[in-house]
Write a protein that binds this ligand. Sequence first.
Ligand code: AMP
Ligand code: GLY
Length: 420
Amino acid sequence: MGSKVLLVGMGAREHAVAWKLRQSPRVDEVFIAPGNAGTALVGTNIPVQPKDIDGLAKAAKAHGIDFYLATMDDPQPLGLVDRLTAEGILCYGPTRAAARLESSKEWSKEFMVRHGIRTAAARSFTDYREACAYVESLNDRPCVVKSSGLAAGKGVIVCNGTRDALEALDIAMVRRDFGSAGDTVLIEQRLYGWETSSHAFCDGKTAAMMPFSTDYKRAQDGDKGLNTGGMGAYSPSKLVTKEMAEEVRREVVERTLAGMAAEGAPFSGTLFPGLMVSADGAYVLEYNARFGDPETQALMMRLESDLFEVCHAAAQQRLHEVEVRWKAEPAVGVVMCSAGYPATYKLGYVIRGLDTVDPDVQVFHAGTKNDERGIVTNGGRVLTVVATGPTIEDARAKAYDNVRRIEYTDAYYRKDVGLV
Ligand code: AMP
Ligand code: GLY
Protein backbone atom coordinates (compact mmCIF):
# COMPACT_ATOMS: atom_id res chain seq x y z
CA MET A 1 0.00 0.00 0.00
CA GLY A 2 1.24 3.45 -0.88
CA SER A 3 1.55 6.49 1.30
CA LYS A 4 -0.96 9.22 2.04
CA VAL A 5 0.94 12.49 2.16
CA LEU A 6 -0.02 15.81 3.74
CA LEU A 7 1.12 19.20 2.39
CA VAL A 8 0.19 22.49 4.03
CA GLY A 9 -0.12 25.65 1.95
CA MET A 10 -1.92 27.22 -0.97
CA GLY A 11 0.84 28.37 -3.28
CA ALA A 12 2.25 27.29 -6.62
CA ARG A 13 5.05 25.77 -4.53
CA GLU A 14 2.59 23.31 -2.98
CA HIS A 15 1.06 22.55 -6.39
CA ALA A 16 4.54 21.82 -7.79
CA VAL A 17 5.42 19.52 -4.88
CA ALA A 18 2.05 17.73 -5.10
CA TRP A 19 2.52 17.30 -8.88
CA LYS A 20 5.96 15.79 -8.34
CA LEU A 21 4.78 13.52 -5.51
CA ARG A 22 2.02 12.15 -7.72
CA GLN A 23 4.67 10.74 -10.05
CA SER A 24 5.89 8.45 -7.28
CA PRO A 25 4.67 4.85 -7.37
CA ARG A 26 4.90 4.92 -3.59
CA VAL A 27 2.30 7.69 -3.14
CA ASP A 28 -1.39 6.80 -3.07
CA GLU A 29 -2.84 10.20 -2.40
CA VAL A 30 -1.72 13.76 -1.66
CA PHE A 31 -3.79 15.97 0.64
CA ILE A 32 -3.28 19.73 0.58
CA ALA A 33 -4.52 22.04 3.35
CA PRO A 34 -6.07 24.28 2.18
CA GLY A 35 -4.77 24.09 -1.42
CA ASN A 36 -6.16 25.83 -4.50
CA ALA A 37 -7.81 24.95 -7.83
CA GLY A 38 -4.51 23.53 -9.13
CA THR A 39 -3.78 21.26 -6.18
CA ALA A 40 -7.33 19.92 -6.54
CA LEU A 41 -6.28 18.59 -9.97
CA VAL A 42 -3.50 16.41 -8.50
CA GLY A 43 -4.71 15.75 -4.97
CA THR A 44 -7.42 16.30 -2.39
CA ASN A 45 -7.85 19.72 -0.78
CA ILE A 46 -8.68 19.85 2.93
CA PRO A 47 -10.32 23.05 4.24
CA VAL A 48 -7.92 23.69 7.13
CA GLN A 49 -5.69 26.75 7.49
CA PRO A 50 -1.87 26.47 7.87
CA LYS A 51 -1.74 27.82 11.44
CA ASP A 52 -4.54 25.62 12.74
CA ILE A 53 -2.34 22.92 14.27
CA ASP A 54 -5.21 21.12 16.01
CA GLY A 55 -7.25 21.15 12.83
CA LEU A 56 -4.33 19.81 10.80
CA ALA A 57 -3.60 17.05 13.30
CA LYS A 58 -7.26 16.02 13.34
CA ALA A 59 -7.51 16.05 9.55
CA ALA A 60 -4.32 13.98 9.29
CA LYS A 61 -5.85 11.32 11.52
CA ALA A 62 -9.21 11.41 9.78
CA HIS A 63 -7.65 10.90 6.34
CA GLY A 64 -5.19 8.21 7.42
CA ILE A 65 -2.18 10.35 6.52
CA ASP A 66 1.17 8.68 7.26
CA PHE A 67 3.65 11.28 5.99
CA TYR A 68 3.90 15.07 6.30
CA LEU A 69 6.18 16.98 3.95
CA ALA A 70 6.79 20.57 5.10
CA THR A 71 6.86 23.17 2.33
CA MET A 72 5.72 26.50 3.85
CA ASP A 73 6.94 28.36 6.93
CA ASP A 74 3.78 28.88 8.99
CA PRO A 75 3.11 25.54 10.74
CA GLN A 76 6.59 24.51 11.94
CA PRO A 77 7.20 27.28 14.52
CA LEU A 78 3.79 26.34 15.95
CA GLY A 79 4.96 22.78 16.47
CA LEU A 80 3.16 20.86 13.72
CA VAL A 81 6.07 18.45 13.20
CA ASP A 82 6.39 17.80 16.96
CA ARG A 83 2.65 17.19 17.19
CA LEU A 84 2.35 14.86 14.20
CA THR A 85 5.47 12.96 15.22
CA ALA A 86 3.98 12.38 18.67
CA GLU A 87 0.91 10.98 16.92
CA GLY A 88 3.00 8.50 14.97
CA ILE A 89 3.09 10.32 11.62
CA LEU A 90 6.46 10.43 9.89
CA CYS A 91 7.53 14.01 9.10
CA TYR A 92 9.99 15.62 6.71
CA GLY A 93 10.31 19.09 8.20
CA PRO A 94 11.88 20.90 11.15
CA THR A 95 10.67 20.60 14.71
CA ARG A 96 9.67 23.77 16.48
CA ALA A 97 13.17 24.06 17.95
CA ALA A 98 14.87 23.58 14.58
CA ALA A 99 12.46 25.98 12.85
CA ARG A 100 13.98 28.79 14.93
CA LEU A 101 16.53 29.09 12.14
CA GLU A 102 13.79 30.87 10.21
CA SER A 103 11.31 32.04 12.82
CA SER A 104 13.75 34.20 14.79
CA LYS A 105 16.29 36.26 12.90
CA GLU A 106 17.88 37.22 16.22
CA TRP A 107 18.40 33.58 17.20
CA SER A 108 19.67 32.55 13.78
CA LYS A 109 22.11 35.46 13.67
CA GLU A 110 23.57 34.40 17.01
CA PHE A 111 23.64 30.79 15.81
CA MET A 112 25.67 31.78 12.75
CA VAL A 113 28.12 33.72 14.90
CA ARG A 114 28.47 30.73 17.30
CA HIS A 115 29.25 28.39 14.43
CA GLY A 116 31.43 30.58 12.24
CA ILE A 117 28.95 30.85 9.37
CA ARG A 118 29.57 33.98 7.34
CA THR A 119 26.83 36.59 7.68
CA ALA A 120 26.52 40.39 7.94
CA ALA A 121 27.51 41.81 11.33
CA ALA A 122 24.41 42.78 13.30
CA ARG A 123 23.13 44.01 16.67
CA SER A 124 19.70 43.39 18.07
CA PHE A 125 17.50 45.80 20.00
CA THR A 126 14.23 45.67 21.89
CA ASP A 127 14.38 49.31 22.97
CA TYR A 128 13.50 51.90 20.33
CA ARG A 129 15.68 54.66 21.77
CA GLU A 130 18.72 52.42 22.04
CA ALA A 131 18.17 51.32 18.44
CA CYS A 132 18.02 54.98 17.33
CA ALA A 133 21.19 55.81 19.25
CA TYR A 134 22.98 52.92 17.56
CA VAL A 135 21.83 54.08 14.12
CA GLU A 136 23.17 57.58 14.88
CA SER A 137 26.50 56.05 15.88
CA LEU A 138 26.83 54.42 12.42
CA ASN A 139 27.57 57.86 10.93
CA ASP A 140 25.29 57.44 7.93
CA ARG A 141 26.71 54.06 6.94
CA PRO A 142 24.23 51.92 4.93
CA CYS A 143 22.46 49.30 7.03
CA VAL A 144 19.47 46.96 6.99
CA VAL A 145 16.71 47.02 9.61
CA LYS A 146 15.10 43.60 10.12
CA SER A 147 12.17 42.67 12.31
CA SER A 148 13.22 39.50 14.08
CA GLY A 149 10.00 37.48 13.91
CA LEU A 150 8.19 36.03 10.91
CA ALA A 151 6.69 38.87 8.90
CA ALA A 152 5.41 37.05 5.81
CA GLY A 153 8.54 37.86 3.84
CA LYS A 154 8.30 41.55 4.69
CA GLY A 155 9.91 43.15 7.70
CA VAL A 156 13.29 43.81 6.05
CA ILE A 157 14.11 47.42 5.16
CA VAL A 158 17.32 48.16 3.28
CA CYS A 159 18.63 51.62 4.23
CA ASN A 160 21.08 54.04 2.59
CA GLY A 161 21.92 55.93 5.76
CA THR A 162 20.75 57.44 9.04
CA ARG A 163 17.55 59.00 7.72
CA ASP A 164 16.25 55.80 6.12
CA ALA A 165 17.22 53.74 9.14
CA LEU A 166 15.43 56.01 11.64
CA GLU A 167 12.33 55.85 9.47
CA ALA A 168 12.61 52.04 9.32
CA LEU A 169 12.83 51.84 13.11
CA ASP A 170 9.75 54.03 13.34
CA ILE A 171 7.87 51.69 10.97
CA ALA A 172 8.88 48.50 12.80
CA MET A 173 8.97 49.62 16.46
CA VAL A 174 6.61 52.60 16.77
CA ARG A 175 4.01 52.12 14.04
CA ARG A 176 4.51 48.35 14.39
CA ASP A 177 3.65 47.62 10.77
CA PHE A 178 4.94 44.05 11.17
CA GLY A 179 3.18 43.47 14.50
CA SER A 180 5.01 41.49 17.14
CA ALA A 181 7.67 40.51 14.59
CA GLY A 182 9.07 43.98 15.38
CA ASP A 183 9.42 43.42 19.16
CA THR A 184 13.07 42.77 18.44
CA VAL A 185 14.87 44.36 15.52
CA LEU A 186 18.26 43.60 14.06
CA ILE A 187 20.33 46.37 12.58
CA GLU A 188 22.88 44.87 10.27
CA GLN A 189 25.63 45.90 7.95
CA ARG A 190 24.42 46.34 4.39
CA LEU A 191 26.09 43.96 1.95
CA TYR A 192 26.53 44.43 -1.77
CA GLY A 193 26.64 41.73 -4.41
CA TRP A 194 24.24 39.36 -6.14
CA GLU A 195 21.76 36.97 -4.58
CA THR A 196 21.13 33.29 -5.05
CA SER A 197 18.99 30.69 -3.30
CA SER A 198 20.54 27.47 -2.04
CA HIS A 199 18.32 24.56 -1.04
CA ALA A 200 19.28 21.27 0.56
CA PHE A 201 17.37 18.17 1.59
CA CYS A 202 18.48 17.46 5.17
CA ASP A 203 18.01 14.55 7.55
CA GLY A 204 19.57 15.96 10.71
CA LYS A 205 23.09 14.81 9.81
CA THR A 206 23.38 14.57 6.04
CA ALA A 207 22.53 17.11 3.35
CA ALA A 208 21.88 16.67 -0.37
CA MET A 209 22.22 19.99 -2.17
CA MET A 210 19.68 20.97 -4.79
CA PRO A 211 20.86 23.03 -7.76
CA PHE A 212 21.11 26.76 -7.06
CA SER A 213 18.26 28.97 -8.19
CA THR A 214 17.56 32.66 -8.58
CA ASP A 215 14.32 34.43 -7.78
CA TYR A 216 13.01 37.82 -8.80
CA LYS A 217 11.71 39.56 -5.71
CA ARG A 218 10.53 42.93 -6.94
CA ALA A 219 7.30 43.64 -8.78
CA GLN A 220 8.69 45.30 -11.90
CA ASP A 221 11.24 44.61 -14.60
CA GLY A 222 14.81 45.52 -13.77
CA ASP A 223 14.14 44.77 -10.09
CA LYS A 224 12.15 47.93 -9.56
CA GLY A 225 9.03 48.41 -7.50
CA LEU A 226 7.85 46.81 -4.30
CA ASN A 227 9.12 43.58 -2.77
CA THR A 228 6.81 40.66 -3.49
CA GLY A 229 6.60 36.98 -2.60
CA GLY A 230 8.51 36.34 -5.85
CA MET A 231 7.78 37.13 -9.50
CA GLY A 232 9.70 34.30 -11.12
CA ALA A 233 12.70 32.03 -10.77
CA TYR A 234 15.13 30.02 -12.78
CA SER A 235 17.64 27.28 -12.11
CA PRO A 236 20.58 26.77 -12.30
CA SER A 237 21.77 30.24 -11.22
CA LYS A 238 24.08 31.48 -13.97
CA LEU A 239 26.76 32.98 -11.78
CA VAL A 240 27.30 30.12 -9.31
CA THR A 241 30.53 28.24 -10.00
CA LYS A 242 31.34 24.67 -8.90
CA GLU A 243 33.79 26.03 -6.34
CA MET A 244 31.21 28.34 -4.88
CA ALA A 245 28.60 25.60 -4.70
CA GLU A 246 31.10 23.40 -2.90
CA GLU A 247 31.98 26.17 -0.47
CA VAL A 248 28.31 26.78 0.34
CA ARG A 249 27.79 23.07 0.95
CA ARG A 250 30.78 22.86 3.28
CA GLU A 251 30.80 26.25 4.99
CA VAL A 252 27.08 26.96 5.22
CA VAL A 253 24.92 23.85 4.93
CA GLU A 254 27.14 21.30 6.68
CA ARG A 255 28.16 23.74 9.39
CA THR A 256 24.51 24.53 9.98
CA LEU A 257 23.58 20.86 10.30
CA ALA A 258 26.51 20.15 12.61
CA GLY A 259 25.69 23.21 14.72
CA MET A 260 22.01 22.35 15.05
CA ALA A 261 22.83 18.75 16.00
CA ALA A 262 25.39 19.92 18.57
CA GLU A 263 22.78 22.24 20.08
CA GLY A 264 20.27 19.43 20.44
CA ALA A 265 17.93 20.50 17.63
CA PRO A 266 18.95 18.45 14.58
CA PHE A 267 17.54 19.92 11.39
CA SER A 268 15.37 17.67 9.25
CA GLY A 269 13.62 19.07 6.22
CA THR A 270 14.52 21.53 3.51
CA LEU A 271 17.14 24.09 4.48
CA PHE A 272 17.13 27.15 2.25
CA PRO A 273 19.83 29.69 3.02
CA GLY A 274 19.34 32.91 1.05
CA LEU A 275 22.79 34.09 0.02
CA MET A 276 24.42 37.35 -1.00
CA VAL A 277 27.64 36.83 -2.95
CA SER A 278 30.06 39.72 -2.43
CA ALA A 279 33.58 40.16 -3.75
CA ASP A 280 34.89 38.06 -0.85
CA GLY A 281 32.41 35.19 -1.06
CA ALA A 282 28.92 34.09 0.00
CA TYR A 283 27.15 35.52 3.06
CA VAL A 284 23.96 34.11 4.55
CA LEU A 285 21.25 36.80 4.42
CA GLU A 286 18.70 34.60 6.10
CA TYR A 287 17.77 30.99 6.65
CA ASN A 288 14.49 29.60 5.48
CA ALA A 289 13.45 26.29 6.95
CA ARG A 290 11.30 25.23 4.00
CA PHE A 291 11.10 25.26 0.22
CA GLY A 292 11.33 28.61 -1.61
CA ASP A 293 8.50 29.97 -3.69
CA PRO A 294 8.86 30.38 -6.70
CA GLU A 295 12.23 28.56 -6.71
CA THR A 296 10.54 25.21 -5.99
CA GLN A 297 8.38 25.45 -9.10
CA ALA A 298 11.57 25.51 -11.21
CA LEU A 299 13.39 22.92 -9.07
CA MET A 300 10.60 20.33 -9.20
CA MET A 301 10.74 20.42 -13.01
CA ARG A 302 14.45 19.58 -12.84
CA LEU A 303 14.30 16.84 -10.20
CA GLU A 304 14.73 13.45 -11.80
CA SER A 305 14.59 11.35 -8.63
CA ASP A 306 11.42 10.38 -6.80
CA LEU A 307 10.70 13.29 -4.41
CA PHE A 308 8.77 11.04 -2.05
CA GLU A 309 11.64 8.59 -1.81
CA VAL A 310 14.16 11.36 -1.06
CA CYS A 311 12.06 13.08 1.61
CA HIS A 312 10.88 9.81 3.13
CA ALA A 313 14.47 8.61 3.47
CA ALA A 314 15.47 11.97 4.98
CA ALA A 315 12.65 11.74 7.52
CA GLN A 316 14.14 8.40 8.63
CA GLN A 317 17.74 9.71 8.76
CA ARG A 318 18.59 7.59 5.71
CA LEU A 319 19.34 10.34 3.19
CA HIS A 320 22.81 8.90 2.56
CA GLU A 321 21.15 5.81 1.07
CA VAL A 322 19.46 7.65 -1.79
CA GLU A 323 20.98 9.27 -4.81
CA VAL A 324 19.33 12.57 -5.72
CA ARG A 325 19.51 13.08 -9.49
CA TRP A 326 18.74 16.26 -11.41
CA LYS A 327 18.12 16.92 -15.08
CA ALA A 328 20.74 19.02 -16.82
CA GLU A 329 18.10 21.15 -18.55
CA PRO A 330 17.50 24.56 -17.00
CA ALA A 331 14.00 25.62 -15.96
CA VAL A 332 12.44 29.07 -16.00
CA GLY A 333 9.24 29.88 -14.09
CA VAL A 334 7.26 33.06 -14.69
CA VAL A 335 4.76 34.18 -12.07
CA MET A 336 1.52 35.58 -13.44
CA CYS A 337 -0.23 37.82 -10.94
CA SER A 338 -3.06 40.28 -10.55
CA ALA A 339 -2.30 43.88 -11.55
CA GLY A 340 -1.66 45.93 -8.42
CA TYR A 341 0.00 43.09 -6.47
CA PRO A 342 1.61 43.30 -3.89
CA ALA A 343 -0.60 46.29 -2.95
CA THR A 344 -4.30 46.16 -3.85
CA TYR A 345 -5.80 44.07 -6.64
CA LYS A 346 -9.12 42.56 -7.69
CA LEU A 347 -10.15 38.92 -7.60
CA GLY A 348 -12.64 36.69 -9.34
CA TYR A 349 -11.68 36.91 -13.03
CA VAL A 350 -12.11 33.82 -15.20
CA ILE A 351 -8.79 32.33 -16.39
CA ARG A 352 -8.81 31.20 -20.02
CA GLY A 353 -6.32 29.29 -22.14
CA LEU A 354 -5.04 26.86 -19.51
CA ASP A 355 -5.83 24.02 -21.91
CA THR A 356 -3.68 25.55 -24.67
CA VAL A 357 -0.28 25.24 -22.95
CA ASP A 358 2.31 22.82 -24.30
CA PRO A 359 2.18 19.36 -22.70
CA ASP A 360 5.75 19.64 -21.39
CA VAL A 361 5.09 23.02 -19.76
CA GLN A 362 3.60 23.10 -16.28
CA VAL A 363 1.22 25.69 -14.91
CA PHE A 364 1.30 25.64 -11.13
CA HIS A 365 -1.56 27.44 -9.41
CA ALA A 366 -1.39 29.84 -6.45
CA GLY A 367 -4.33 32.25 -6.07
CA THR A 368 -6.97 30.30 -8.00
CA LYS A 369 -10.26 28.69 -7.12
CA ASN A 370 -13.13 26.95 -8.82
CA ASP A 371 -16.51 28.59 -9.05
CA GLU A 372 -19.53 28.05 -11.29
CA ARG A 373 -17.71 29.85 -14.15
CA GLY A 374 -14.61 27.63 -13.99
CA ILE A 375 -11.18 28.49 -12.60
CA VAL A 376 -11.00 32.11 -11.43
CA THR A 377 -8.31 34.37 -9.93
CA ASN A 378 -8.26 34.36 -6.14
CA GLY A 379 -5.02 36.04 -5.06
CA GLY A 380 -2.14 38.35 -5.85
CA ARG A 381 0.06 35.68 -7.33
CA VAL A 382 -2.11 33.54 -9.57
CA LEU A 383 0.02 31.04 -11.55
CA THR A 384 3.64 30.04 -12.16
CA VAL A 385 4.29 28.90 -15.72
CA VAL A 386 7.42 26.74 -15.89
CA ALA A 387 9.27 25.51 -18.98
CA THR A 388 12.54 23.70 -19.48
CA GLY A 389 14.84 23.78 -22.49
CA PRO A 390 18.37 23.09 -23.67
CA THR A 391 19.47 26.54 -22.48
CA ILE A 392 18.04 29.13 -20.11
CA GLU A 393 17.23 31.29 -23.13
CA ASP A 394 15.21 28.43 -24.72
CA ALA A 395 13.40 27.71 -21.45
CA ARG A 396 12.67 31.40 -21.05
CA ALA A 397 11.29 31.77 -24.60
CA LYS A 398 9.09 28.72 -24.11
CA ALA A 399 7.78 29.88 -20.72
CA TYR A 400 6.80 33.30 -22.11
CA ASP A 401 5.28 31.79 -25.23
CA ASN A 402 2.97 29.81 -22.96
CA VAL A 403 2.31 32.69 -20.56
CA ARG A 404 0.91 34.65 -23.50
CA ARG A 405 -1.66 31.91 -24.17
CA ILE A 406 -3.21 32.35 -20.71
CA GLU A 407 -5.63 35.22 -20.33
CA TYR A 408 -7.54 36.89 -17.54
CA THR A 409 -8.47 40.47 -16.74
CA ASP A 410 -5.64 42.31 -14.97
CA ALA A 411 -3.00 39.65 -15.76
CA TYR A 412 0.48 41.04 -15.03
CA TYR A 413 3.94 39.48 -15.13
CA ARG A 414 7.57 40.53 -15.34
CA LYS A 415 9.15 40.24 -18.76
CA ASP A 416 12.74 39.74 -17.64
CA VAL A 417 12.70 36.44 -15.75
CA GLY A 418 15.75 34.41 -16.77
CA LEU A 419 17.58 37.41 -18.24
CA VAL A 420 19.75 37.78 -15.07
P1 AMP B 1 15.75 38.54 4.10
O1 AMP B 1 14.27 38.35 4.31
O2 AMP B 1 16.54 38.61 5.34
O3 AMP B 1 16.32 37.59 3.05
O4 AMP B 1 15.87 39.92 3.36
C1 AMP B 1 15.08 40.23 2.22
C2 AMP B 1 15.95 40.94 1.20
O5 AMP B 1 16.57 42.07 1.79
C3 AMP B 1 17.10 40.09 0.71
O6 AMP B 1 16.72 39.23 -0.31
C4 AMP B 1 18.07 41.15 0.28
O7 AMP B 1 17.72 41.64 -1.01
C5 AMP B 1 17.86 42.25 1.28
N1 AMP B 1 18.86 42.14 2.38
C6 AMP B 1 18.73 41.45 3.53
N2 AMP B 1 19.83 41.56 4.31
C7 AMP B 1 20.69 42.36 3.62
C8 AMP B 1 22.00 42.87 3.87
N3 AMP B 1 22.64 42.61 5.01
N4 AMP B 1 22.56 43.68 2.94
C9 AMP B 1 21.90 43.98 1.80
N5 AMP B 1 20.67 43.53 1.49
C10 AMP B 1 20.05 42.73 2.38
N1 GLY C 1 11.64 33.07 -2.82
C1 GLY C 1 12.03 33.37 -1.52
C2 GLY C 1 11.29 32.68 -0.47
O1 GLY C 1 10.58 31.72 -0.70
O2 GLY C 1 11.42 33.09 0.67
